[in-house]
Design a protein around this ligand. Structure first.
Ligand code: ATP
Length: 323
């Protein structure tokens, strides 16, 4: 049975247009223009126990709004969802005790206190017995290499150090479901990799169900077998990340290196020219034309190196976003 079930979940926000200046503010008291934003437009999906699912989409696509509904922070406008059998926005204790959310842009740790004080507060909130608490804290701080940082005031920590401690705060009560909203945002490459390694290991060990949003493709590539792409509040793709290229499989990318400089006109008719500098060229060639055009290019051009590749994943995703 799926751990997360979402059925035609939708959320629209209603707000009023505000104009600048005192005169307009007074005018707005009597006549206000109402605006409606359909942030999530009736999405459905199911996630099984232990899955790590990537949630990908351009800015404003509706990812955070979906995660907020699944964590019970927001009420939906319509539709249904259950997480571990609970309706999130009913905020039942049984749900809260088994669930966690980490938002890369928000802190749960107290800014002016050392992290271990906030962690101890979570221990009390989640009613974690002493022995279990110290053993989990020991294990997580060892894995994330932050043992020596537990007594440092949070405001003195770097972004990456703080994120590791935020993760510990979210995992202390051994949640069965974790929602991670951009956990690697703003981190350097090494810190990003460390967080990814930790999440991979943790998911394998604990079989925790995870939804992860990130604008860094590498996070999704490394961690998620399945990716849900959301655009303008709707699901536009649900499957393996690499399958996105399949949507654009009518074309292949041909990279050519020439032994001598050639004119651009000699490439006309072989495909769409994507890059050219006289001695090398990149073309997008229709799959149906690939064999014939490759033979012609090799015959008529001074080719010294020839490569055929799939359309880059980033391009496939960008095309999906623009649909
Ligand atoms: N409280 C709100 N009132 C009005 N509109 C809102 C509110 N919260 C979100 N929105 C709008 O809903 C849409 C979806 O926002 P959401 O934060 O879910 O996007 P996102 O996919 O998480 O984007 P990003 O990648 O930029 O974080 C956006 O257009 C946003 O402006």
């Amino acid at each position: 049975m799926p751990v997360i079930e979402v059925d035609r979940l939708a959320k629209h926000f209603t707000y009023y247009e505000k104009e600048l200046g005192l005169k307009n503010s007074l005018k707005n008291l009597f006549r206000r223009r109402k605006l409606v934003k359909e942030a999530v437009a009736g999405i459905s999906f199911a996630i099984e126990e232990g899955e790590i699912v990537g949630f990908l989409g351009p800015n404003g696509a509706g990812k955070t709004t979906t995660l907020k509904m699944l964590s019970g922070i927001l009420f939906p406008s319509s539709g249904r969802a259950t997480v571990l059998g609970y309706v999130p926005w009913e905020r039942k204790k049984g749900f809260k005790m088994q669930f966690s959310i980490v938002m890369g842009q928000k802190n749960q740790l107290w800014w002016d206190l050392p992290a271990n004080e906030s962690l101890y507060l979570n221990k009390c909130i989640y009613e974690i017995p002493d022995r279990e608490y110290f053993s989990i804290l020991d294990e997580l701080s060892e894995l994330l290499e932050v043992r020596q940082l537990l007594k440092v005031q949070v405001r003195r920590l770097s972004l990456g150090e703080r994120m590791k401690l935020e993760l510990i705060a979210a995992l202390l009560h051994r949640p069965k479901v974790i929602l991670l909203d951009e956990p690697t945002i703003g981190l350097d490459l090494v810190s990003q990799q460390k967080i990814r390694n930790f999440l991979k290991y943790y998911n394998q060990q604990m079989k925790t169900t995870i939804i992860l949003t990130s604008h860094y493709l590498v996070d999704i590539e490394e961690l998620c077998k399945r990716t849900i792409v959301i655009n303008q509040g709707q699901i536009v793709y649900d499957g393996e990340l690499t399958g996105i290229n399949g949507l654009f499989s009518e074309q292949k990318i041909v990279r050519l290196q020439f032994g001598e400089e050639i004119g651009r006109e000699r490439l006309a008719g072989f495909g769409a020219l994507k890059a050219f500098d006289g001695v090398s060229a990149t073309l997008a060639v229709e799959r149906g034309q690939l064999k014939k055009n490759s033979a012609l290019m090799l015959e008529h051009l001074p080719v010294i190196d020839f490569n055929i590749e799939d359309v880059p994943l980033e391009e496939g995703i960008a095309a999906l976003y623009q649909r």
